[in-house]
Design a protein around this ligand. Sequence first.
Ligand SMILES: Cc1cc2nc3c(=O)[nH]c(=O)nc-3n(C[C@H](O)[C@H](O)[C@H](O)COP(=O)(O)OP(=O)(O)OC[C@H]3O[C@@H](n4cnc5c(N)ncnc54)[C@H](O)[C@@H]3O)c2cc1C
Length: 344
Amino acid sequence: MRVVVLEAKGVCRQASGVNAGTLSIQVKEAALIPYAMRSSELWESASEWLGVDVGFRRLGGLTLAFTDDEAEMLKERMMERQAAGAPIEFVGLNRARQIEPALSHHPVLASYCPLDGYSDSTRVGKAYCSALLKNGVDLRENTPVTGVDRDGAGFAVETTGGVVKARRVLLAGGLWLCDILAWFGFRLPAECRINQVSVTARMGPTLRTIVGVANGFLSLKQVANGTVLIGGGWQGIGDLEQGGVEVVPGNLTANIRLAQYAVPAMAGARVVRTWLGVEGHSENYVPLVGPLPGVEGAYVLGLVRGGYTIGPIVGKLLADAILGHQLELPLFDPAKALRPMTQP
Ligand SMILES: Cc1cc2nc3c(=O)[nH]c(=O)nc-3n(C[C@H](O)[C@H](O)[C@H](O)COP(=O)(O)OP(=O)(O)OC[C@H]3O[C@@H](n4cnc5c(N)ncnc54)[C@H](O)[C@@H]3O)c2cc1C
C-alpha cells in the first residue's frame, strides 16, 4: 500500500510525545491487560521493528495503599487484573521496602508487577518519523486535515496543503477525533484532561522501581539520566484548541507532596520543569480501535487509556485488520463509544 500520513503539527508533539513514559501493566483496566502485556514486549524490541532504541527499561512497579480503604480498593482492582493475566503479587511493607528501599513506612499494602517499565517518550516522535520515511511513507507534518468527503469507492481528504485521494482512511487524531468524527455524522462523547508531569534535576541513585499509588494520583520513576519523572494525572488548565496553558499551583504541590509521602528522598529533589499535555477518554472509557461503523474503508484509532503503553499493539492490530491479516487480539468496536449527531 502507498501510505500518506497527514499530521496537523508534528509527529508525537501531542500526548504521544509529552507523556510520562510509564509502561505499567498493573495500572491498566482488566480488559486492556493482554494488550498492555503484548505492547510491553513490542516496546522492549523497538530497536528491531522501529529501528531505534527508545530507552526501554523494565524496572518492575509497585502500587501503594496508605489506608485500609485504599488496600481494599487495591486488592479488588489488582485481583481483576491478575485474573486477566497480569503477573501481580500483593506484598506487605517489609517486602515492598526490600523491592524498593526508598519507600516510606506509610504503605499498608502494595501490589508488585515485575513487567512494569518505561521508555523515553521524547525519543519516540523522531524514531517514528525515521521509520516512516525509511519505509517510503509520504509524511506530511504541519498539514491539518480539514474535512473528508466520499469520492467514489474512496475518500477525498481535504488538507491545508490540498486534497489527498485515498481508498482507505485511518482516523487517529487523539482527542481531536471528536471534531473529525463529526464530519462523518458521529458524536463522540469524551472528556478532555490536561495532565501534568514534572521532572527533577539529576539525583543520585534514588529509585529502583516505578512507584504509583492505589488512587492513581502518582507515578514516580528515576530514568537512565538520573532525573525523576513525577506524574499521576494531576490536572492543569487548558483545552483542545490551546493545549495545556497553565499549571494549577495547588495541584503541582499536591503531586510533589504525595511523591515525598511515598518516597522521603524526594524532599531533596529540585523540580526543574513541569509541563501539561492533552489526553482524553470516551464515556465509559471505551477505546476506539476498528472500522468506523457504516463507512466502508474508514477506520478509527484513539482514546485508548494509557495509550502510550498500548499504542504499539493497537497500531499493529489495526494495520493487520486493514491488510486482511489474522488478528492476534480482538479490536475494540468504535460503535460502542459513538452516537449519531442527532442524539444528545
Ligand atoms: C501528560 C500526559 C502524561 C501521560 N502519561 C502516560 C504514561 O505515562 N503512560 C501511558 O501509557 N500513557 C500516558 N498518557 C496517555 C498517552 O500519552 C495517550 O493515551 C496517547 O499518547 C494518545 O495517543 P494518540 O495517538 O491517540 O493521540 P495524540 O498523541 O494526541 O496524537 C493525535 C495526533 O493527531 C493530530 N491531529 C489532530 N487533529 C488533526 C487533524 N485535523 N489533521 C491532522 N492531524 C490531526 C494531532 O496533532 C496529534 O499529533 C499520558 C498523556 C499525557 C497528556
